[in-house]
Design a protein around this ligand. Structure first.
Ligand SMILES: Cc1cc2nc3c(=O)[nH]c(=O)nc-3n(C[C@H](O)[C@H](O)[C@H](O)COP(=O)(O)OP(=O)(O)OC[C@H]3O[C@@H](n4cnc5c(N)ncnc54)[C@H](O)[C@@H]3O)c2cc1C
Length: 303
């Protein structure tokens, strides 16, 4: 057992691998800024152990209509959609909870203007069918860590909620979280030892955001001489500046840091995936390990 990077690499190598259709069981507005979607499907039986900040890709009809087309399945269980123009498009969402007995997955989607997800959320009703692909592992509490620092925008509130729930009671954690609505704050569970700084505006972007300024101004190590693990998820430009700050000014060691671009300003999911894929292919051609979180960081955070 080791640090967050080493463990994410190990967990990513080991799976689980899900590629299935699932049916919408419920769609519920849980706060002004979030819609909770519950999905059920036999293919979710492959999930196994749930880790904090796990994420899946939900495959949606490219027009945002409620149902994806019926795919053809090949012998190894991979679906293909016969009409390329109607092939579903993926959107990453955190697994807020999973009930293995009911094969039921809950995902909290942040509501923002525009985007395929929003169009789909407006159309989705119980019984609608989507694809589910994953699982991506994104968090591990490093051995010997004395405090956690979680820096995130609203799109990563569900992930931060799962991380906070997983921390041993009393282990110090400092959270900086950007949200749009007062009521969204209730989606983050309270835990002894966890101090939360709320920042107004759920989708900060770029190098100089309110989230970055709040962190630079207020974040102080809780246990001087201790070992801080930092987890950062937000828009790519915000993540780049927070990552730099954590390493250069907050004394976080690179092996104790995990930084993920949850979205990129000005790019929709398809444009972002296309740009990332080209970089992945370059990294793999140079002998890179696809499970290495460092490689993923380079791919996702390149400007
Ligand atoms: C591992 C992982 C886990 C994630 N978990 C969650 C989650 O649990 N809940 C959640 O809501 N999101 C989550 N996200 C982020 C989500 O996948 C992206 O925000 C995604 O682009 C949303 O798709 P969309 O269809 O709404 O917008 P898109 O069609 O992809 O983009 C349309 C436009 O909206 C902009 N945009 C995209 N996201 C945002 C945003 N958050 N705020 C403001 N503008 C935005 C884009 O730059 C683009 O200009 C996660 C991302 C990753 C990588």
């Amino acid at each position: 057992m080791g640090g967050i990077r080493q463990e994410i690499r190990r967990m990513s190598q080991q799976g689980p691998r899900i590629f299935c259709l699932a049916m919408v069981d419920a769609v519920e507005r849980v706060s002004p800024g979030f819609v909770r979607v519950a999905l059920r499907g036999h293919g979710l039986a492959a999930y196994g152990e749930v880790m904090p900040a796990d994420a899946v890709k939900v495959l949606l009809h490219p027009d945002g209509r409620a149902d994806v087309d019926e795919p053809q399945w090949d012998d190894d269980g991979t679906p293909t959609w016969p009409a390329p123009a109607r092939s579903p498009l993926p959107r990453a969402l955190t697994v807020r909870s999973f009930n293995p007995a009911r094969l039921r997955l809950e995902l909290d989607a942040m509501v923002h203007d525009g985007g395929l997800l929003r169009t789909w959320l407006d159309a989705a009703k119980p019984g609608a069918v989507v694809g589910v692909m994953g699982v991506r592992r994104d968090f591990y509490p490093g051995d010997g860590v004395t405090e956690h620092l979680l820096l995130a925008d609203s799109s990563a509130l569900p992930a931060v909620a799962t991380i906070v729930e997983s921390l041993p009671p009393g282990l110090p954690a400092t959270v900086f979280l950007a949200v749009d609505h007062e009521e969204d704050k209730a989606l983050l569970p309270a835990r002894p030892g966890v101090e939360v700084h709320w920042v107004a505006g759920g989708s900060p972007s770029g190098r100089d955001s309110a989230l970055t300024r709040a962190v630079r101004e207020l974040a102080r190590p809780v246990s001087p001489g201790g070992r801080v693990q930092a987890w950062i998820a937000a828009e790519a430009g915000v993540v780049r500046s927070l990552r730099r700050w954590a390493l250069a000014e907050h004394g976080v060691a690179v092996e104790d840091l995990h930084a993920t671009a949850y979205w990129k300003a000005g790019l929709d999911g398809a444009a972002r995936d296309a740009a990332d894929l080209a970089r992945y292919q370059k990294e793999l051609a140079a002998g890179g390990d696809p499970f290495d979180p460092g490689l993923r960081e380079r791919v996702e955070l390149e400007a």
